[in-house]
Ligand binder design. Sequence first.
Ligand SMILES: [Zn+2]
Length: 318
Amino acid sequence: MKQMPPPWLNPLQQRLEQAVAEDRLPQAWLVHGPPGLAKRAWAVQAMQSLLCDAERACGSCKSCRLMAAGAHPDALQLQPDGKWIKVEQVRELIHWATLSAQQAQRKVCVIEQAEKMNLAAANALLKTLEEPPGNTLFLLLADAMEGIPATIRSRCRLDHVPLPPAEQAQEWLHARFGSSGVVEQALSLAMNNPGRAAQWLREERVPTMLEWVGQLLQLWRNPSNLPVVQQAASALPMDEILQLCWCISAECIKIATGKPRAGRYLPLRPDVNTGQLPALFELQKQAWKARSMLGSGMREEGLLLDWLLNWIKAGRAT
Ligand SMILES: [Zn+2]
């Protein structure tokens, strides 16, 4: 069954179809953009249509049936094994790439989260990209370009999937979750990332998030509530809590600078003024940095506590 990709992937899909029509498919293609935008679903669909006998992911030819069973010899998907894509995985991929196509005219491999390749893995892949085997497409996906070595980037056709315009994101969410206020709240908390908002809506997490945000905002009036706010944070993954910290700092900045519609989804409207702006910008930066430090061995609770203490201080700055 062929599924419609979300509308923000249409430009990418058109570029793929054009490349196929002109017989100018690259040997390595790197598609990057924020997580949650269905890049993987698109890539799997692209792989299926490139291998399909009818070249359109028909769902009924032998290739499509093999794909559906996860047994297509000319299709390969690679994803991090734990935190990283390891060199052994890439070596297996290279071995697979040297075999000639068995079922389709070409072979396609999708490397998910290519930014998670460790150095040895990236070096091994680079050698293959320098002298790629014929009729094989290496389709790399990345949530962030930072982790991709420049040597690999330069061997790939690059395409970016940006966050869609707010209206498109809203429309897409409304078609799935109805047009309730919670959809708008989810999208705002997800900083306009519809995929992430959809995940939170599916998991019914938005009320918990808003409750925590409310407690956070009240902390300015009632700093002695700090232990309660800390404790309540454990209801959500730390990555999301820190994203909320980032998001709320950004929203307070918008309110302080008089942006229209700022803060309308917040459970209560914070009293912010321009004197607090420097502190709010610092808080935003700190939340971002803390997020990037998750998993590095730093104590998560410590990262949050430092941020909360600065948040309380910012509440006093006028
Ligand atoms: Zn087919």
